[in-house]
Design a protein around this ligand. Structure first.
Ligand SMILES: [Zn+2]
Ligand SMILES: [Zn+2]
Length: 146
């Protein structure tokens, strides 16, 4: 695994590289990611289209293999207020490997901030595509639903 910087962009070869990029981003954001979980469809596939609305706190992934649509984390609770926009890589690809990360409140297992990291299936770009303040409570329950 290697994370390579090219200009403003980072490129990686593994899911672990997404975490490295997320760690750096979240550190700069002031709420460092301490736990991660990768999105895996019920069909076993790990590549998705991603739509999100950071203001509403909603992200939705669609499996690139079987087409199942899933609200990530606690997104389903806020879906009614969401105006979802799709994510497209700078290379034009819209299929990504997805990694979720959370920052926690001190001395707790409670979610404080939610980050969604992506690795492009086309060009291997890695980055944080969505993040918001998120008070979802128990991180285990939250990360089990990404
Ligand atoms: Zn699937
Ligand atoms: Zn790309």
């Amino acid at each position: 695994m290697t994370l390579t910087k090219k200009g403003d962009y980072s490129y990686g070869t593994s899911a672990k590289d997404i975490q490295t990029e997320m760690a750096e981003f979240s550190e700069d954001n002031g709420y460092p990611t301490v736990r991660y979980a990768q999105s895996v469809c019920a069909c076993g596939n790990r590549s998705f289209n991603l739509e999100s609305d950071e203001d509403a706190g909603v992200a939705q992934r669609t499996c690139a293999e079987c087409g199942v649509v899933h609200f990530m984390g606690d997104s389903a609770e806020f879906a009614d207020d969401a105006d979802l926009g799709g994510h497209v890589c700078v290379c034009g690809e819209d299929v990504f490997e997805l990694m979720s990360g959370v920052a926690l409140y001190p001395d707790s297992n409670d979610v404080r901030w939610y980050y969604i990291g992506c690795r492009c299936a086309g060009c291997d770009l890695v980055g944080v595509f969505a993040e918001w303040k998120c008070e979802a409570g128990n991180a285990d329950a939250f990360l089990a639903k990404v």
